[in-house]
Ligand binder design. Structure first.
Ligand SMILES: NC(=O)c1ccc[n+]([C@@H]2O[C@H](COP(=O)([O-])OP(=O)(O)OC[C@H]3O[C@@H](n4cnc5c(N)ncnc54)[C@H](OP(=O)(O)O)[C@@H]3O)[C@@H](O)[C@H]2O)c1
Length: 243
């Protein structure tokens, strides 16, 4: 049996990923602060957790939930999707607490989860981890220095873990493209003085160029479940083969 753990399943891309996996009959364990009330499948387990709160994830990982969820899985999937864009501001005027929260949520939590996931899935024939990265990991965007740094950290984590040749483990850190989610609304709501590329992202929405979450989720799930997953340890989902 295939089983999937997804962070940030309550909104945007994560909600679409959860829906896509559940529609394929794959049980999902979702970790977000909010429950996803649109997903009513019996195969969905939800745990409310603030992944940016220091110690919260460590306490959860010390409990039995993760091991219990994967114990009957033949193939286990971990999708590190939860993330935040803030702080959107130049270095020097970023809110201190926001820097710390972004690093905890976007980088520390995925690395803690990956470590626990590898430890608890030793009995699985296959285990696959995907970090949801961003083009901002590879291209510098003024105003997004913290966000870009955290996503670049995910990319490098995946590259190093891939080198470890852990039995049954495949890992990748993939940028999903520009997806029409609440986070893109946040991009457009940001102050152009803080984010000089504001007009470009606003135009993408206006011109209908954003990828619908369901489409990005379909591509990601097909690639994640495909034979070739792990061949491209970092990359852009739009340029990868589906299977
Ligand atoms: N949209 C894009 O164009 C785009 C492009 C490149 C990369 N990405 C990446 O794709 C991923 C999903 O983004 P999205 O666009 O779908 O954003 P979104 O709609 O804002 O969703 C973010 C998800 O992360 C969860 N989350 C946020 N803070 C959290 C916290 N403190 N603890 C636990 N969960 C938390 C949210 O759940 P709760 O609020 O319920 O906690 C929500 O489910 C992110 O990693 C983002 O960086 C998005």
């Amino acid at each position: 049996m295939i089983k999937a753990i997804i962070t940030g399943h309550s909104s945007g891309l994560g909600a679409a990923l959860a829906q896509t996996l559940l529609a394929r009959g794959i049980p999902v364990l979702g970790l977000s602060r909010r429950a996803n009330t649109d997903l009513s499948a019996s195969r969905l387990t939800q745990h409310a957790i603030d992944l940016s709160a220091a110690g919260a994830l460590e306490s959860w990982l010390a409990g039995p939930c993760l091991a219990d969820f994967v114990k009957d899985a033949d193939t286990a999937l971990l999708i590190n999707n939860a993330g935040q864009l803030q702080p959107v501001a130049p270095c020097g005027v970023q809110a201190l607490a926001c820097i710390a929260t972004a690093i905890q949520l976007n980088l520390t939590a995925p690395l803690l989860l990956a470590n626990a996931f590898v430890a608890r899935t030793a009995g699985c024939r296959e285990r696959r981890i995907v970090h949801i990265s961003s083009g901002a990991a590879r291209n510098p965007y003024a105003g997004w220095s913290v966000y870009g740094a955290t996503k670049a950290g995910l990319d490098q984590h995946a590259r190093a873990v891939a080198q470890e040749r852990i039995p049954g483990l495949r890992i990748a850190s993939l940028a999903p493209g520009v997806v029409d989610t609440p986070m893109q609304g946040e991009v457009r709501a940001s102050d152009p003085a803080d984010f000089p590329q504001h007009a470009r992202f606003a135009a993408l929405k206006q011109d209908g160029q954003l990828t619908p979450p369901a489409e990005a989720a379909r591509r990601l799930v097909e690639h994640l479940l495909g034979e070739r997953f792990g061949e491209w340890v970092d990359g852009d989902l739009r340029s990868l083969p589906a299977a």
